[in-house]
Ligand binder design. Structure first.
Ligand code: HH2
Length: 261
């Protein structure tokens, strides 16, 4: 999954893509580099980010979604607002990626009424305050229980399991230690029986462990994502698609190699 932010304040692009055409051109480059899904976001969820009204988010993201869907791309809309989900589904999005796991009023019903896939992510608190003092007794167990409950809510709303993806939400109300625990025991989320998405690209945990600024976290991201793949992650949300594709080509070749026995 390649990340395309149509936001003036996303943490990783220092300004993101404010122009529709620039975002479309960039998204098509990610597709050509090997992204199977293009994740379009019109609101940054980085720690401390300013919430954006739905009409502004729609105005930013929809022209991009529409063109990419028409081009035949598999488009995901990164939003927590039912109005934005609805607009994106009408514009041809095939997936809803929600950092609040469809907890907003009306979100569950909006997605259930479509045939789109959905990524259910765990977040503790709200983006404005989530990194202030995140606390868990057992982060792996609590995140797993939350995701399991959201899967059950989707199924109760009539969505089949095949449409669902779960995500521990690295960096969303988590310390470095929490993120590492979740990555190390990602197998416990995989065991829930729903495909797991991992999104660690350029995140602050990588900076904390390497001392690197956002623009220099590509190699650290590759290592973190391969650690997730080793534990069963099936989707990776990344900025650096070409590099991740190369890493996966090697990884998969080794995993699938005939060892002569
Ligand atoms: N991380 C961000 C946004 N959306 N969605 C999922 N499913 N998983 C994630 O880990 C995730 C996500 C990060 O926030 P943002 O400020 O939007 O930055 P960017 O989109 O550049 O990663």
């Amino acid at each position: 999954m390649g990340i395309v932010n149509v936001t003036p304040d996303s943490f990783s692009e220092r300004g993101g893509f404010v122009s529709t055409q620039a975002a479309i051109d960039y998204a098509l480059k990610l597709r050509d580099a090997g992204a199977d899904i293009l994740d379009i976001g019109g609101e940054s969820t980085r720690p401390g980010a300013r919430p954006v009204p739905a009409d502004e988010e729609i105005g930013r993201a929809m022209p991009v979604v529409e063109v990419l869907a028409r081009e035949g791309c598999c488009v995901s809309i990164d939003t927590r607002k039912p109005e934005v989900m609805q607009a994106a589904l009408a514009a041809g999005a095939a997936m809803v990626n929600d950092v609040t796991a469809l907890r907003a009023e009306g979100a569950l019903e909006t997605v259930a009424a479509s045939d789109a896939a959905v990524c259910l992510m765990h977040m503790l608190g709200e983006p404005q305050t989530m990194q202030e003092a995140p606390m868990y007794e057992d982060v792996v167990r609590e995140v797993g229980a939350f995701l399991q409950a959201r899967v059950a809510a989707c199924e109760a709303a009539g969505m089949s399991r095949e449409r669902l993806v779960i995500d521990p939400g690295f960096g969303f109300g988590k310390t470095v230690a929490h993120n590492l625990a979740l990555l190390r025991r990602l197998d416990r989320l995989v065991a829930l029986g729903v495909p797991v998405l991992a999104g660690l690209s350029r995140k602050s945990m990588l900076g904390a462990l390497t001392g690197r600024v956002v623009s220099e976290r590509e190699y650290a991201g590759i290592a973190a994502h391969l650690a997730a793949v080793a534990r069963g992650a099936q989707l990776l949300r990344v900025h650096d698609v070409a590099a991740m594709r190369d890493a996966l080509a090697i990884w998969n070749a080794v995993e699938e190699a005939d060892d002569g026995t």
